[in-house]
Design a protein around this ligand. Structure first.
Ligand code: HMG
Ligand code: MG
Length: 312
């Protein structure tokens, strides 16, 4: 199997994960979670969203999180930005990288940002050039590439058209989102095949939610096609509040364990990552879905019981 030597994990747990939680996680705990992820070797991390707090109350403390995180050389921290106001607050809070977002289907786009796709692209004109002028790198997400919670099937050409338009606007990378976790490996091969015919693989990332358990299989196809950036959320946190039925993101532990097992480097320490996820689970108040995490915590608990019983 032809696989990359090294893969960049783009961690979205503090943003995609926490935006979907019923419990409001205190700012200090969000910062501890981010610190723990960085300590585990994560080098690309989306820490929050500068969106309307009326739309995403869970991330209303974006400025405090951005000002409170402990920045380190070599660690790129990013945040979602929907409009000029979000950009201004992000810049004032010290952000050096942002991500804009839109959907491949009109209904999800309207429900998510209250605009048509065309108007969202127009609004980016008021964000991306100003961000670039301020020396800020801009990433972009295209959501609902593989299916829409409101419209069902999505035209596979939509990802290609939007990718071209976003590249023309000056974004450095485009992450193709399976917002509701309905993609299958054959569809990934089809859509990525179209996109990679016009874009270098390093400029494209994949963002799979894991509603039906297909995220790892989808990643494997993407990896064999040359993709080297994979979005994931610690523990499998995640979901879009404007995409009913969407489960968590691909769990960072699960993809990292699979990659390491195949000899692909990520620079991430799995034990420390599991520790960050364990911490996140305590903050959100429920178990997280990562398979690797469950196995790891089970192994730790068995070792503890053996030690308490005095057996080797
Ligand atoms: P709107 O209601 O059309 O806009 O929302 P508005 O301009 O009328 O603003 C409404 C209120 O929000 C106003 O407050 C604004 O000032 C305020 P009021 O005057 O009523 O008191 N406001 C802001 N406040 C702080 N920061 C801002 C900001 N902008 C406006 N930046 C808007 C339009 C785009 C703002 C709104 O729809 C929004 O914030 N949407 C965000 C939705 C969201 O974050 N969804 C989840 C992220 S996307 C995702 O998860 C998918 C992804 O993971 C990939 C995948 O899985 O596929 C990325
Ligand atoms: Mg997402």
């Amino acid at each position: 199997m032809k696989l990359p030597v090294e893969v960049t994990i783009y961690e979205v747990g503090p943003r995609d994960g926490l935006q979907n939680e019923a419990r409001q996680v205190p700012t200090a705990d969000k910062i501890r979670f981010i610190d723990a992820l960085v300590a585990a070797g994560i080098r690309d991390i989306e820490i929050t969203s500068f969106v309307s707090p009326k739309w995403i109350p869970q991330l209303a403390d974006a400025a405090e999180v951005a000002r409170g995180v402990h920045r380190q050389a070599g660690v790129r921290m990013s945040a979602l930005v929907p409009n000029r106001r979000g950009l201004e607050t992000a810049l004032a809070s010290g952000m050096k990288e942002i991500a804009v977002f839109l959907s491949a289907s009109e209904t999800h786009n309207k429900k998510n940002v209250n605009k048509t796709i065309a108007d969202t692209l127009l609004a980016f004109d008021d964000v991306i050039p100003h961000a670039c002028k301020a020396g800020v790198n801009v990433r972009a997400y295209v959501s609902t590439v593989f299916g829409c919670p409101y419209e069902g099937d999505v035209d596979p050409e939509a990802a290609l058209t939007l990718t071209r338009q976003l590249r023309d606007l000056g974004v450095y990378q485009i992450s193709l989102g399976d917002t509701i976790g309905v993609a299958n490996p054959q569809q990934v091969e089809d859509i990525l095949g179209r996109v990679l015919a016009t874009q270098p693989a390093k400029d494209i990332a994949v963002h799979f939610h894991d509603t039906q358990g297909t995220a790892l299989a989808n990643c494997l196809v993407a990896l064999t096609m040359g993709i080297t950036t994979i979005d994931a959320a610690a523990g499998g946190l995640g979901g879009c509040p404007y995409a009913p039925g969407a489960a968590g993101n691909l769990a960072t532990e699960d993809i990292v364990a699979m990659l390491h097992g195949m000899g692909v480097k990520t620079g991430i320490d799995l034990d420390k990552l599991a520790e960050a996820s364990r911490m996140a689970a305590s903050f959100v108040g429920h178990e997280l879905p990562s398979k690797y995490l469950k196995a790891h915590l089970g192994k730790q608990a068995r070792a503890r019981r053996r030690a308490e019983a005095g057996s080797p």
